[in-house]
Design a protein around this ligand. Structure first.
Ligand code: NCD
Length: 305
């Protein structure tokens, strides 16, 4: 039987977002009520690219639900090094687990899962394309803070070219009403054409800036990402751009009192450590919210809740 998978936020509705948020919130309030929900179930984490938060928070989520976990953390420790195809790996996992999270660099991974997976497959990040569960936890963090997502002004700053959290975040925000999107990046790191076209299709408008100071005083949320060093085909391009944007307390001096700063993490040098202590920083709370969101996703995709 072909089950439903999660590879793109574009395929899920605003209603589904809200369902996940409300379940995540119930879990967060009373985690012990959910402690046995996944007894007897196994989550596979198949990570062909490095990860800290996504893999560990999915594993923590499954363990907190009373389930078990198995998996690998690099393509080097899987039979991919022996030449096994990803389709064959998926066909095996169908028999070893009830649900799987996969992080892979190939863009067609969702079609392969669609064809070969008989258990639900959730993307833990696909190349430079999308990171749907990150967007869910990003929006959950925003909603917890402002009690809404509609009508907010969001700044998205950083590597818009290669960061996969960004398309998922923008496609998700496009589902809400009157969200003002402000993209802040050096021109060399602007959005790719295929993403801008998709945003157009979704009637999602945005403004662009090169300098955070032009817009900081208007923002409710500032979402920052690192430059994705590993994605640059030419390392000299990375060397040229590294450190090109770094925010420190002076850059956000004019920010609104209740403006929050988010970051999917890992951070390299784009947010000064001094900002961690300011009232605006929420990136570690955001990472913690990832556990509640991923618990909710496991329950939904296993059709337990
Ligand atoms: C992000 C990723 O892997 O895309 N990390 C994460 O999952 N929180 C962001 C990044 O690597 O910059």
């Amino acid at each position: 039987m072909i089950r439903q998978h999660l590879f793109s936020v574009r395929n899920i509705s605003r209603d589904f977002f809200q369902e996940i948020f409300s379940l995540a919130s119930s879990i967060e309030e009373n985690p012990s009520d959910f402690a046995d929900k996944c007894k007897g179930k196994i989550l596979a984490t198949l990570f062909f690219e490095p990860s800290t938060r996504t893999r560990l928070s999915f594993e923590s989520a499954m363990l907190r639900l009373g389930g078990k976990i198995l998996g690998f953390t690099s393509s080097k420790s899987s039979s991919a090094v022996k030449g096994e195809s990803i389709a064959d790996t998926i066909r095996m996992i169908n028999h070893y687990a009830h649900i799987a999270v996969i992080r892979h660099y190939i863009e067609g991974i969702s079609q392969i899962a669609e064809e070969f997976a008989t258990i639900p497959f959730i993307s833990g990040g696909t190349g430079t394309q999308e990171h749907p569960t990150q967007a869910l936890l990003d929006l959950y963090t925003i909603q917890k803070e402002f009690k809404k997502i509609d009508n907010l002004k969001i700044g998205v700053m950083g590597d818009l070219l290669y960061g996969r959290t960004i398309p998922s975040l923008l496609f998700s925000l496009a589902k809400y009403n009157n969200v003002e999107i402000n993209l802040i990046s050096p021109p060399a790191l602007n959005l790719r054409k295929n993403i801008t076209l998709r945003l157009q299709e979704m009637n999602c408008e945005y403004s662009t800036f090169e300098n955070l100071r032009e817009i900081i005083d208007e923002l409710d949320v500032l979402y920052v990402t690192r430059i994705q060093k590993e994605r640059f085909p030419d390392p000299t391009d990375y060397e040229r751009l590294k450190g090109i944007y770094q925010i420190n307390p002076d850059d956000i001096e004019k920010a609104k009192e209740n403006m929050i700063i988010l970051h999917p993490l890992p951070r390299v040098d784009e947010i000064d450590y001094k900002i961690d202590k300011l009232k605006h920083s929420r990136y570690f709370d955001q990472a913690q919210n990832g556990v509640w969101i991923r618990m909710a996703l496991i329950l939904k995709y296993l059709e337990i809740a």
